[in-house]
Design a protein around this ligand. Structure first.
Ligand code: NAG
Ligand code: ZN
Length: 522
């Protein structure tokens, strides 16, 4: 069969080449199929010389990087980009969403790559809370806890509020030596990953005072909620940039935000006002903004402190942002990253910036793979933009993920088939299946129904952005995966990040590159 296939290719020769000369950035729709002879996307790939030259080019870049790695100058700035739930499969599939498997997302072009082991102290498959303590504080903790060691179990009111159990983050190490720190996320700024920058809590759910009692029965007086820690505690107070969603955790249930949505606090505090008052009392130039327009009016060259809360809860998925009027009122991750760097780079001592593409994870939980890949693409754009705004000479950029997901790439799809579509072959029951599928999750109801068993999925269905990809086990929310995640690095001491290591080793390597904190090269 293979011989016939190649013979047919030889006959169609030049014609195929012409058909295939297309824009890689525009993937074919799920229904458009070429004839059986045309499943390559790049005619040059038939020549061994194409692959040999490709290898030479890669080798040349590696040799040059190794030569550069001899530098001993400490990094001035570190930017940590966290793709929440961004598994290796997610990155691979995003290359294909860009048009073809031969693409690379921006950070895959970084010179150094390693694998991080993501398990937490009490679980093999981690969540975004215990992993944040690892990649920001250098210590592994228990599932559901943030910024505390493993003596604290989730919901433990007493041990959770004992400062002896607190784990400092690299943001504090940076602030302690006169660098600035900031955070950007597409989730609520009080969500698990960004909270790792500034909070210490026995439960990731304690984002406002009401939750401390509702979700664990602790007292909000002793177990200060995450939003209050951000505004009132030392590290949070000193953050120069805080951008993302989550207004509802800053205002009372009796107060509506700028978009008319009520708060979730019950203690009457208005933490947005409190944040502004604190800065004004100290005669600091501070700006609070809630919209894209508001952000565009801020003088970033003068502003010392920037608080941007662009949604009541999370910021929209990037695909939804681009497909709707949201793009007129809400900034993208790239736009928030741009503003953050402009504020932070004014400090001549340098900065630590945390940027999270948070919703890659949330789309996976819904088994909506397409949205997850779209958010990965925007995450990649934000990184490319940050690399262009900064210098490889003084700014270390590290890109990683907190944990994996259960999505896999399966079947033997032809090169020109969209990865979001159906596999070309049928399963043993005569029914089609999708190239992307999950081990568990809400997509189970797309896969099976009580009456007829496995469902007949059409290519058309997979073109809907809300399509829930096939899942083997029924679960309301798809789970994380336990496999290692990638670490991509560029800039001073990027070579530290090659190899396989514990996720909790990452802050030590970043701190050594900056020569700060407990891992400084004293
Ligand atoms: C805040 O909300 C709670 C109920 O959720 C209410 O009892 C309280 O009066 C409110 N506080 C203020 C200052 O409005
Ligand atoms: Zn998750």
């Amino acid at each position: 069969m293979r011989t016939t296939f190649l013979f047919a290719l030889a006959l169609t020769g030049i014609l195929v080449g012409v058909v295939l000369a297309r824009d890689r950035a525009h993937p074919r729709s799920a229904t458009a199929r070429l004839g059986s002879a045309a499943h390559l996307t790049n005619e040059a790939e038939r020549e061994a010389s194409y692959w040999n030259e490709f290898a030479q080019e890669t080798l040349r870049a590696k040799v040059q990087e190794a030569a550069k790695a001899g530098s001993t100058q400490s990094a001035k700035n570190v930017i940590l980009f966290l793709g929440d739930g961004m598994s290796i499969h997610t990155i691979t599939a995003t290359r294909n969403l860009m048009g073809d498997s031969s693409n690379q997302v921006s950070f895959e072009k970084f010179p150094y790559f390693g694998l991080s082991k993501t398990y937490c102290v009490d679980r093999q498959v981690a969540d975004s809370a215990c992993t944040a303590t690892a990649y920001l504080g250098g210590v592994k903790g228990n599932y559901g806890t943030i910024g505390v060691n493993a003596k604290v179990k989730r919901y433990d009111c007493n041990n959770g509020q004992n400062p002896a159990n607190f784990v400092d983050s690299i943001a504090k190490w940076a602030q302690d030596v006169g660098k600035d720190a900031g955070l950007v996320t597409t989730a609520r700024v009080t969500h698990a990953s960004p909270a790792g920058v500034y909070a210490h809590t026995a439960n990731r759910d304690w984002e406002n005072d009401a939750k401390v009692y509702q979700n664990g029965g602790c007292s909000a007086k002793d177990n200060v909620d995450i939003a209050r820690q951000l505004v009132e505690w030392d590290v949070g107070k000193k953050l120069k940039v805080i951008m993302g969603g989550g207004r509802r955790n800053f205002i009372n249930t009796t107060v509506n935000d700028e978009e008319g949505l009520p708060g979730h606090r019950t203690d009457g505090l208005n933490l947005i006002q409190d944040w502004l008052k604190d800065k004004q009392a100290n005669k600091q130039q501070a700006a609070y903004v809630w919209s894209k327009k508001g952000l565009s009016l801020v003088d970033l060259e003068k502003t010392e402190y920037l608080l941007g809360l662009f949604a009541s809860s999370h910021c929209p998925y990037n695909g939804d942002l681009e497909r709707s009027n949201y793009k007129l009122v809400k900034p993208s991750l790239t736009e928030m990253t741009d503003a953050a760097i402009k504020v932070l780079r004014k400090n001549e001592n340098g900065y630590f910036l945390f940027v999270e593409g948070a919703r890659i994870d949330m789309a996976h939980h819904d088994t909506r793979a397409r949205k997850s890949l779209e958010d990965t693409l925007e995450f990649s754009r934000a990184i490319e933009h940050a690399r262009a705004m900064t210098s490889e000479e003084d700014t270390l950029i590290v890109v990683t993920s907190d944990h994996s997901h259960t999505m896999t790439i399966n079947g033997y799809p032809y090169r020109d088939q969209p990865i979001t579509g159906l596999s070309d072959q049928l399963a043993d029951d005569g029914l089609p299946f999708t190239v992307l599928s999950y081990a568990n999750g809400p997509g189970f109801s797309t896969t099976y129904n009580d009456k007829t068993g496995r469902s007949k999925i059409s290519a058309k269905q997979t073109e809907d952005v809300r399509f829930e990809y096939l899942a083997t086990v029924p679960l309301d929310s798809e789970t994380h995966g336990g496999d290692d995640v990638g670490v991509f690095a560029s800039g001073p001491f990027a070579q530290y990040f090659s190899g396989n290591y514990e996720q909790s080793n990452i802050p030590a390597m970043m701190a050594r590159a900056l020569n700060i904190g407990p891992f400084a090269n004293l």
